[in-house]
Write a protein that binds this ligand. Sequence first.
Ligand code: PLP
Length: 449
Amino acid sequence: PHPDPRAGAAVKAADRAHVFHSWSAQGLIDPLAVAGAEGSYFWDYDGNRYLDFTSGLVYTNIGYQHPKVVAAIQEQAGKLTTFAPAFAVEARSEAARLIAERTPGDLDKIFFTNGGAEAVENAIRMARLHTGRPKVLSTYRSYHGGTATAVNLTGDPRRWASDNGTSGVVHFWGPFLYRSPFYSETEQQECERALQHLEDTIAFEGPATIAAIILETIPGTAGIMTPPPGYLAGVREICDRYGIVFVLDEVMAGFGRTGAWFAADHFGVVPDLLTFAKGVNSGYVPLGGVAISGAVAATFENRPYPGGLTYSGHPLACAAAVATINVMAQEKVVEHAAHIGETVLGPGLRELAERHPSVGEVRGTGVFWALDLVKDRETREPLVPYNASGAANAPMAAFAAACKKNGLWPFVNMNRTHAVPPCNVTEAEAKEGLAALDVALSLADEHTV
Ligand code: PLP
């Protein structure tokens, strides 16, 4: 890449004049002007290159600009760029077939959307119509998207501004041993108590009022907490007992991120509905969807499904999905994600935790890892308070700045950094990222007791 600061300045100036950015105070942001990207790296106009340990927003599972997927998009653009959703179109049919072949159990029908939030909206609509019930349960430690229902299902503070108390969502606590809401000391206790808490919530809400329980199979943005053995099977059993639709949100965890096609595969659990987006085509063209079980699909066999989108199953997005899934199969990208997690990222992050007192816990699998940063390993007090901003968040801001200075673009959320590179990150790249984290963690260590 050739540095071109003048071109970068023009891109930046038009952005600051006219682009209204997500989740941001428009006057307080300073977006980096990006000149290009390839594989696990992107670069700016000033000659700085960054190793992307965020995979964009945890979606470029095959890295940037994979030549086979770029070619497939170009080929589809030349053939049939777009076509309305009511027709049978080759790219859409083939994408649905490849996805349905990989989703667990009998999740064999695919409703396509443009992204994750729309997938969640439609999954909940299906569950409400299938059961005839109004309420939906989700966990506090979750993110499900930015649209009306999805943001109300979300547990993190991004919900607050949109929560007017009419969404029909009830929040509960999922299992998380390191910060246990149940004072548990073992995984087994955490599993049993979290399931009991869910049972109690259902009993007090009224089982016949609850349409669905939605969980991220492994919660992502909220901290990458792998549920204890038996938890998801327990939720499945509770849903069956009360006739509640079980929705697994695999928008972030799906398509290789955890070292399996779907995170549900690790637990042998089959939901009634599964939402996906992001990794389905590495986000090269916007695409998401809901994979639907036979029982829920049957509800809409002779009764119209009251939902749809102009771009549902857009041919360009579906062609990108077909190419991405085929590349992932041919290049054994899912197996690679599992292997790099077991042999490089997991051991490397645990080794950092041994040397850095600011690392309270290392959690994860595949290319889906979190470092929970703390002031005090004994009390587990977070390095910065929940939802901190400004001066209170300074230690995390300094950590992120140090990563960038060392050529690493980090994922930072509250008191955590997540190591979430592409699924096909090489061993050398993973080690390069670990080395940059090592330097930045030394700064975080200065804030420990
Ligand atoms: N669900 C989960 C688990 C997510 O991580 C996200 C996005 O980060 C969403 C839903 C929303 O997806 P989108 O931003 O494509 O609407």
